[in-house]
Design a protein around this ligand. Structure first.
Ligand code: HBI
Length: 100
C-alpha cells in the first residue's frame, strides 16, 4: 500500500481517474482534482465525510476550500509519490461526491 505505483499499476489505474477529472501534478507524483458543490455547507459536509475515511486509513489529503469549491491534492509523503493509498482515497472522494 505504501510502495510507489509501478508502471503497470499506473497504466491500469490512472486513466479511469483522469476520465473522472483527476489530473497528474508534480511530475506525475500527485493527483489533483477540483470538486464543486452548490454551497459551503455541502462542500464542508463532504470534507467531513472524507476526513473520517482519511483518519481511518491514516492517509490525509492536502486541500483548500472556498465556498462550494474544494481543491484537492493527493500524494503519499512517505513514498514521495503516488501509492495505492492515493488511489483508494481518490475513489472514496469521488464516491462520496456522487451520493448525497
Ligand atoms: N497522508 N497523504 C499522506 N501521506 C502520508 O505519507 C501520510 C499521511 N497521513 C499519515 C501518515 N502518512 C502517517 O503514516 C505518518 O505521518 C506517520
Amino acid at each position: 500500500m505504501t510502495e510507489r505505483l509501478t508502471a503497470e499499476d499506473r497504466a491500469e489505474k490512472l486513466p479511469p481517474l483522469v476520465a473522472r477529472g483527476w489530473r497528474l501534478e508534480h511530475d506525475g507524483e500527485a493527483l489533483a482534482k477540483v470538486f464543486e458543490f452548490p454551497n459551503f455547507v455541502a462542500a464542508f459536509g463532504w470534507m467531513t465525510r472524507v476526513a473520517l475515511w482519511a483518519e481511518k486509513w491514516n492517509h490525509h489529503p492536502s486541500w483548500r476550500n472556498e465556498f462550494g469549491r474544494v481543491e484537492v491534492l493527493l500524494t503519499t509523503h512517505e513514498a514521495e509519490g503516488l501509492t495505492r493509498r492515493d488511489l483508494r482515497l481518490a475513489a472514496m472522494m469521488d464516491h462520496l461526491s456522487e451520493s448525497p
